[in-house]
Design a protein around this ligand. Structure first.
Ligand code: NG6
Ligand code: CA
Length: 522
């Protein structure tokens, strides 16, 4: 680890270069002297909560690499993914569009691609502006067009939506097929042992978790008790592909190696790396290097592994001489969850640690901790080290903000809900979005310290079992977040005009694209 070195160097550099960098798109240093645009890396962790990181108040475990990013960059206290689950947040990040416009919800592992290859995407926009692009890690946006033949190249997928290179888990760690795909082909597949996948019926000759709990590394709920691979039962059924099955214990190492290879192949083009970590999603099966090290069981150990992955990536950037011209964002795709289907003792071993910080809810919830996620932006010499920002921001805006960064004008059909908040992302301003939309199984709109939550029906049983406060009810709710950050007091009865204003705003958002200059271009 070269943590101290990075810190000292950047402190020295900061005083020199901050003054000279009011226009970020004019950045001119970098690995190739010809390169004029910064590399962009999004480290997208999975299910990491607001309170899971040291600088956000984690108790009982340390995240030195991520804390160091904050010490040398900017830490955001009110930045949000767009949704409280994975697929919709990723959809918004890559399209600059709210996921509800496309009914994007958590997908099964054999679902078709939900991003229309005809439409503009963040990676395509960056490609058009000279970037080499890659996704490494969890995909979970669907592949192909239905009835996938897993034994040939599966498309459309990452390539068709703008990634030059892909090395992915097709869906999630807890869903079949449990194989890596490189450039949309299963890695290490033996053609004589073809892969077949079903989410409807058990087509596998492997045992399921239901039939053979004695074979499992950890117990699982009925939904996660399908086909067993590597001693872990998954959602869905999978046949064949024995030589291609991943090992959960080396997943973080594999993704780290691939990310470093991509960075190491840097040429004169700037690059965009969407590094979508599997940690700390279930199943939490960290490498033996981390097992038992957090005292919090597999969930805490997975946090340590995630922090290690960040340190590896930052070291690789440093070794390549890329730190000065690389903008790195560390964040998460949704809030925290303890019990997400496997018996990994996350609840029992939690101790004083508060994954949601002082906010209410978590993954799946429309309360703040569903989407308010740790967010750190690092850009050596361009962001004042140790800046803290309470600007209210949304990941849906990264598209328009990066467009601004690279000098790209958005076309009429591009990023319909994305606002250019570049100055806030680089902590040169503390300007907030005018309002914020949060998506779970209900919707919330925040403005001027108030939060309105639409009616969402009764809390589903599966959510009640997890002990997460869903946050919605059979009628709308209103919270005065400024005074009630944990969203305990529904004040809709006393504040009807505030509720009405936000209800109308939500109606406007729901029915039309929101990018300020979008409509006039139509
Ligand atoms: C849920 C799974 C959960 C997790 C989630 C997706 C059940 C009961 N639960 O449906 O374990 O996989 O989907 O998580 O099946 S996410 O972070 O990718 O959104
Ligand atoms: Ca997630």
């Amino acid at each position: 680890m070269v943590i101290k070195r990075i810190y000292l160097l950047s402190l020295l550099a900061a005083s020199v270069s901050l003054a000279a960098c009011s226009n970020p798109s004019a950045a001119s240093e970098g690995h190739g002297s010809k390169q004029s645009k910064p590399n962009i890396v999004i480290i997208y962790s999975d299910d990491v909560g607001y309170g899971d990181i040291g600088v956000y108040g984690a108790k009982g475990l340390k995240t030195p690499a991520i804390d160091q990013l904050a010490a040398e960059g900017a830490q955001f206290t009110d930045a949000h993914c767009t949704a409280a689950t994975c697929t919709p947040s990723r959809y918004s990040l890559l399209t600059g569009s709210y996921a509800f416009r496309n009914k994007a919800a958590v997908l099964p592992g054999d679902a078709p691609l939900i991003i229309d290859p005809q439409l503009p995407t963040l990676p395509k926009m960056l490609q058009q502006n000279g970037y080499r692009t890659a996704v490494i890690g969890k995909w979970h946006l669907g592949l192909g067009r239905g009835n996938i033949n897993w034994n040939e190249r599966v498309g459309p997928g990452p390539k068709e939506i703008g990634f030059d290179y892909s090395f992915i888990l097709p869906s999630t760690g807890d869903r079949v097929p449990t194989v890596y795909m490189e450039n949309q082909q299963i890695v290490g597949l033996d053609p004589n042992d073809p892969v077949e996948v079903s989410y409807a019926e058990n087509i596998s000759d492997r045992p399921t978790g239901m039939e053979r709990p004695d074979l499992l590394k950890m117990g699982a709920d009925p939904q996660h008790s399908g086909t067993i691979t590597n001693g872990v039962s998954r959602i869905g059924y999978m046949k064949g592909g024995e030589s291609a099955l991943w090992e959960d214990e080396t997943l973080a190492d594999m993704l780290s190696t691939k990310a470093k290879e991509f960075i190491g192949a840097a040429d004169d083009k700037p690059f965009f790396l969407y590094y979508a970590l599997h940690d700390i999603h279930v199943p939490r099966v960290p490498n033996s290097r981390f097992v038992g090290k957090s005292g919090m069981g597999p969930r805490g150990d997975a946090i340590l592994q995630m922090d290690w992955a960040v340190s590896e990536l930052m070291d690789a950037l440093a070794q390549q001489g890329l730190l000065e011209n690389t903008l790195v964002i560390f964040t998460s795709d949704n809030g925290p969850v303890l019990d997400d289907g496997y018996a990994d003792r996350a609840v029992e071993l939690l101790g004083e640690h508060k994954p949601s910080g002082d906010f209410g809810g978590g993954k799946y919830s429309v309360l703040e901790a569903g989407t308010r996620v740790p967010t750190i932006v690092y850009w050596k010499g361009r962001i004042k080290p140790g800046t803290k920002s309470n600007a209210m921001l949304s990941q849906v805006d990264l598209y328009a903000s990066f467009a601004s960064l690279v000098g790209h004008s958005l076309a009429g059909n591009e990023a319909p809900d994305s606002f250019n908040m570049l100055e806030s992302w680089r902590a040169a301003s503390t300007e907030s979005r005018p309002y914020l939309v949060e998506e779970a199984y209900a919707f919330a709109v925040r403005k001027n310290g108030w939060k309105y939550i639409t009616a969402g029906g009764a809390t589903p049983d599966w959510l009640a079992v997890k002990g997460v406060r869903a946050g919605w009810g059979t009628s709308p709710r209103l919270y005065h977040l400024k005074e009630d950050m944990a969203e305990q007091q529904n004040v809709i009865g006393e504040h009807t005009s505030e509720a009405q204003e936000l209800a109308s705003l939500w109606e406007e958002v729901r029915t039309a694209p929101t990018r300020p200059d979008y409509q006039k271009q139509q």
